[in-house]
Ligand binder design. Structure first.
Ligand code: ZN
Length: 56
């Protein structure tokens, strides 16, 4: 199985993604449904800020 975001091999800690960043990208897509421009969906989002789990 590969990461649905970037296609890299998945990490058990982040399944089905390869990293927290890709998990966040997927989450952002869900939360941003109808917010982003259709057809302009990037494979990766380098502008996505890192999230600090301890800040919550
Ligand atoms: Zn990935």
């Amino acid at each position: 199985m590969t990461c649905p975001i970037c296609g890299k091999p998945t990490e058990p800690s982040y399944r089905p993604f390869c990293s927290r960043r890709c998990a966040d990208v997927d989450l952002a897509r869900w939360l941003g449904d109808g917010y982003r421009i259709p057809g302009a969906e990037p494979a990766t989002d380098p502008a996505l800020p890192p999230r600090d789990e301890s800040a919550d």
